[in-house]
Design a protein around this ligand. Sequence first.
Ligand code: FAD
Length: 432
Amino acid sequence: MTVDAIVVGAGPAGSAAATVLARKGYSVILLERGSFPGSKNMYGGVVYPRILDQLHPQWWNEAPIQRWITRRSTMVLTDTQALTVDFRSASWGQPPYNGATAYRPDWDHWLASKAEADGAQLVCSTTATGLLRDGSGQVVGVTTDRPDGDLHAKVVIACDGVNSFLAKEAGLYGDVDAANYTVGVKETIALPKHVIDERFGVRDREGVDIEILGGTSGVNGGGFVYTNFDTLAVGVVLKLPKLAAQKLRPEEIIANLKAHPGIAPLVEGGEIKEYSAHVIPEAGLSMMPKMTGDGMLVAGDAAALCLAAGIWLEGVNFAMASGMYAAEAAAEALAANDTSAAGLAGYERRLNDTFVLRDHRKLRRAPSLVLSDRVQHLYPHMIANTVERMFRVDNPAPKPGLRRVLNEERKRAGVKLKDLASDALDGLRSFG
Ligand SMILES: Cc1cc2nc3c(=O)[nH]c(=O)nc-3n(C[C@H](O)[C@H](O)[C@H](O)COP(=O)(O)OP(=O)(O)OC[C@H]3O[C@@H](n4cnc5c(N)ncnc54)[C@H](O)[C@@H]3O)c2cc1C
C-alpha cells in the first residue's frame, strides 16, 4: 500500500502537518515512536499558539492550558545581584491570548488528536529507522522497527525533532557542529496553587514567564522559571562545549540557580516531581539544513527552526507553522503529481515569506551574541553594578551621573569600548 504522505514524529510540527494534509483529503500516516504523542517530549513550558488561529480557530476553548502568560520578566543575575525588567498585560489573560504554559504530553496529545479527528492515521510505538528510495534516489517511504514495517508514500515529511536522523540520511545537513547545540534541563516543582499565585503576584489562570541571563554557574546559557497551575518549571539551557569543558553537572547548575537569592524565595518548599533534559538546535539560520529533497521535506526542530534569541525561546510555534507550510507544499506537489525537490519548492517559498524564516533572518546574529562570553560573563556585572550604584544612597556624597558610573563599571568589568559598540550594533540590528 502506498499512502500520499508519511509524517514522522507526532510533535507540534508533525501533528500540524498531518492535520493540513488530512483536511485536504490526502491519506496520511503520522508515525510516533512514543507510546502516545508527547510521551517522549519536553520543553521549558510556554507556547505561543497564535499560528493556530489558522488551523484551529478559537483553540483556547479546548487546548490543554496550565496558565495564560500575563507577566513576562527578563532577569539579569550575577552571583549576588538580580536586575529584573517586568512587564504585565491584563489583555494577555483574555481571548485571543498571547502565550500559555502547557505540559507537552497534554499539548502534543491534543494536537495529534485533532489530526486524527481530521482523518490522519496515528501510529504510535513505531520508530522510523530509515528512508526508502526508488531507483532514481527519490524518497518513497520509510523503514520502521516493526516486522514487515516498510511504509511507502509519495512524500515523507520529517518532523522527528532535533538530531533528525532522517534529514541527515537524506543528505540535507552538512557537517554537524556541537557548538550549534545547547542542552536544556528542567525540574518540575510542585507547590500549592495559592502559593504560586502569591509568590508570583498572579490570580486565577494568570501565569508568569521569567527568562534569565546569568545564573548558570559560569556556563554560557540561560535560565527560566515558568508557572504552571500548581507546579513551576525551573531550568537552564547550557551551551554544549562550555558544559563539557567544566566539571559541574546540569542538575548542580539548576541547584545553584535555585539557591540564588533572586530565585530561592520563588521555589522554596517545592517538591521536585520530574527532571528532564533535551537538546536544542540553538544556532538558528547558520545551522539550518536544505528544507527539501526529492520526495521529502523537513520541518520543526528537525530543520533547526527553533528560535533561541535571549529574550525569546520559541520552538513550538515555529514547529507548528513549518509543519503546516510543509504540508501545504506537499499537497500542491501531490496535486501536480510532482513530489521531486522542485515540485516541493513551495515549502521554502512559504518559509521565506512568513515569520518562520523572516524572524530567523532578522535575528541571525542573536544566538551567537547572546551566548558570547562578553554577554554572558561581563555585561551582567557591568549592568548590575551600574544599577546598584545608581540606587545606592551614599550620603554625604552626592548622586553620581549615569555616564560616569557606566564607564567606570565598564572598565571594572574589563569591557573594551570598541567591543561594547560592536555588540550594541549587533544587538540593535537583531532586536531593533
Ligand atoms: C529545555 C527546553 C526548553 C524549551 N522551551 C521552549 C518553550 O518554552 N517554548 C517553545 O515554544 N519552545 C521551547 N523549546 C523548543 C521546543 O521544545 C521545540 O522547538 C519543539 O518541541 C519542536 O517541535 P517538533 O515537533 O519539531 O519536534 P519535537 O517536539 O521534538 O517532536 C518530535 C517528535 O518526533 C518523534 N520522533 C523522533 N524520532 C522519531 C522516529 N525516528 N520515528 C518516529 N517518531 C520519532 C518524537 O518522539 C517526538 O514526538 C524548548 C526546548 C527545550 C529542550
